[in-house]
Design a protein around this ligand. Structure first.
Ligand code: ADP
Length: 460
C-alpha cells in the first residue's frame, strides 16, 4: 500500500538534515526542521520549508534527544513521517516504536529490527546463527574483573574491549597484556555508561591492522533486499572514519561477492527494511569478519550514490511511503540492475586542528571558498562567511566527494577540490587529508586501519 507523504520532519541537524530536506524537495514533499537554541543561527534550519525550536532549555544535545517533544511537535504540525538522519535518535528503537504508535512513519527499520541489530553482542550472535564469520571472542557482557581476566586469556592478547551499545569509536580499548586489562576495562565501562547509558562491555580478539569494508543494504516493506556493493573505510583516526571510497581496491571479485552475500544474509535474517550498512573487518590473510550493522543512513553513503547512481535518501523516503524496490520510483528491478561504475572518494573536512592533536577549532568563519566543478560533490552545512562554529556538535564542516572513471583521476579531483577550499577563521584538517590522498599506499588502495598511526609523515 502506498501512503504518499506531504510533510516529513527531520529529527537531526547540520549536513545530514540538509541532505534529507533536498531529497524531500526533489520528491515534492514539504520539509520540516527542528533546531535547538544553540542552532538558532545555523544554516540547516533555513534550508527547510518550516523550522521549529525544540528543547529550549534542554541544552544543545538533549534538545535533539527528547522523543516525546519531537513526536508531539510532529503531531501538532501534521507530519506524515520522521527521518532520523544519523547519530542522535537514529538507532533508538523506542523512537521508531513511538513514531509508529502515534501514526507517524519512521523512515528506517522497525524497533524490532533495530533491537536485534543495534547491540553489538546481539548482532554478533545473529551473524553466527546465519553462518557469517565473526571475530573470535566472548559474546556476552563481562560483569566482573575476574570474568574480564578469564575471558581475555581465553581470547589471547592482544584483545579489544568493546561497548555493546558502542558507536563513534567510543567505549573501545585495545589491551596488549594482562597489566593493561583492568584499568582499560574500568575506563571503557565508564565511557560506555556516560556515552550510551549502558555499560555492557565484551571482549574479542584484536585484529592487527585489518581493513574496514562495509556493504550498503536497501530493503523495502515487502521483504525484498539488495546490496549496493561495498565501501572501503579503512582510513580512520581513533577508530573514526576520515576518508571512504568505493569500490574497495583490495578485494578480489570472489572476496567482494562473498562479503556482499554475507551482508545480505544478515539483513535477510531480520527482514531488514530501509537503508542500512553491514560492517566487516578483513585481516591480512583475507579472512572477513562481521562486526556490526548500522540500521540507518551513514555519513559515507555519498560514495555509494556516486558509483551506483541510486539516491539512497530518496530511496529511503520512497520505501517508507510503501514503494517496492522494483517500482519505477525506486528503480531496482533486481540485484543485477545495480552495477557500480567508476570510483568515488569522500573526504571528511572537519574544523579540527591537526597541529593540536585534532582538537576542535571553534570561532567565526571569515572566508569560505569551495572547489566544485566536474566530478565534485559537496555536502555541508555551516560553510559560509560569518558562520559560527560552536563546540557543541560534531566538527564535520563539509564532505568532499570526488568521482571519476579511474581511481587515479578520482584522487586528482579530490585533491584539486581540497586545494581550492579556503577556510579562514577556524582550523581545518584539509592539509592532512591531502597528505593521505597523495600517499603511495592510498593510491594502491592498500591502507589498513593502522595507516594513520603508522605513517607520521602525513601529519607534516
Ligand atoms: P563503532 O561502532 O564505535 O564505530 P566498530 O565496531 O564499527 O565501532 O569499529 C570501529 C573500528 O574499530 C573498526 O573499523 C576497526 O578499525 C576497529 N576495530 C573494531 N573491532 C576491532 C577488532 N576486533 N580488531 C581490530 N580493530 C577493530
Amino acid at each position: 500500500m502506498i501512503k504518499k507523504f506531504k510533510r516529513v520532519l527531520v529529527a537531526n541537524r547540520g549536513e545530514i538534515a540538509i541532505r534529507v530536506f533536498r531529497a524531500c524537495t526533489e520528491l515534492g514533499i514539504r520539509s520540516v526542521a527542528i533546531y535547538s537554541n544553540e542552532d538558532k543561527y545555523s544554516l540547516f534550519r533555513t534550508k527547510a520549508d518550516e523550522s521549529y525550536l525544540i528543547g529550549e532549555h534542554k541544552g544543545p544535545i538533549q534538545a535533539y534527544l527528547d522523543i516525546d517533544e519531537i513526536i508531539s511537535l510532529a503531531i501538532k504540525k501534521g507530519v506524515d513521517a520522521i527521518h532520523p538522519g544519523y547519530g542522535f535518535l537514529s538507532e533508538n528503537p523506542e523512537f521508531s516504536q513511538k513514531c509508529e504508535e502515534n501514526g507517524i512513519v519512521f523512515v528506517g527499520p522497525t524497533h524490532v529490527m533495530m533491537d536485534r541489530l543495534g547491540d553489538k553482542i546481539k548482532s554478533k550472535l545473529l551473524a553466527k546463527e546465519v553462518g557469517v564469520p565473526t571475530i573470535p571472542g566472548v559474546e556476552k557482557p563481562i560483569r566482573t574483573d575476574a570474568e574480564a581476566k578469564v575471558f581475555a586469556e581465553h581470547c589471547g592478547y592482544p584483545v579489544m574491549l568493546k561497548a555493546a551499545a558502542g558507536g563513534g569509536g567510543r567505549g573501545m580499548r585495545i589491551v596488549n597484556d594482562q597489566e593493561e586489562l583492568l584499568p582499560s576495562f574500568h575506563s571503557a565501562r565508564n565511557e560506555a555508561k556516560s556515552a550510551f547509558g549502558i555499560d555492557d562491555i565484551f571482549i574479542e580478539k584484536y585484529l592487527k591492522q585489518p581493513k574496514h569494508i562495509e556493504v550498503q543494504i536497501l530493503g523495502d516493506n515487502y521483504g525484498n533486499i539488495v546490496h549496493l556493493h561495498e565501501r572501503d573505510c579503512s582510513i580512520q583516526r581513533r577508530h573514526q572514519k576520515l576518508i571512504e571510497y568505493a569500490p574497495a581496491l583490495c578485494l578480489s571479485q570472489e572476496k567482494r561477492e562473498a562479503i556482499c552475500q554475507d551482508a545480505l544474509k544478515i539483513a535477510q535474517s531480520v527482514n531488514y527494511r530501509s537503508a542500512g550498512t553491514v560492517e566487516f573487518l578483513v585481516d591480512a590473510d583475507d579472512n572477513h569478519y562481521f562486526i556490526e550493522m548500522n540500521p540507518r543512513i551513514q555519513v559515507e553513503h555519498t560514495v555509494t550514490e556516486m558509483v551506483t547512481g541510486y539516491d539512497l535518501v530518496q530511496s529511503q523516503l520512497l520505501i517508507a511511503q510503501g514503494y517496492p524496490l522494483d517500482s519505477s520510483q525506486v528503480g531496482i528491478p533486481s540485484q543485477s540492475a545495480i552495477v557500480p561504475r567508476g570510483y568515488a572518494i569522500q573526504c571528511r573536512v572537519t574544523t579540527e586542528d591537526p597541529s593540536n592533536n585534532f582538537a576542535p577549532s571553534v570561532g567565526t568563519i571569515d572566508a569560505y571558498r569551495t572547489g566544485s566543478g566536474f566530478g565534485i560533490r559537496l555536502d555541508g552545512a555551516e560553510g559560509f562567511t560569518t558562520a559560527k562554529i560552536n563546540p557543541y556538535y560534531d566538527s564535520l564542516l563539509v564532505k568532499v566527494t570526488a568521482s571519476s572513471r579511474t581511481f587515479e583521476d578520482t584522487i586528482r579531483k579530490a585533491t584539486r577540490s581540497l586545494k581550492e577550499l579556503t577556510v579562514r577563521g577556524v582550523k581545518t584538517n584539509v592539509g592532512f587529508l591531502i597528505n593521505v590522498l597523495n600517499h603511495e599506499k592510498f593510491h594502491q588502495g592498500a591502507c589498513d586501519t593502522g595507516f594513520i598511526n603508522n605513517h607520521p609523515e602525513i601529519f607534516d
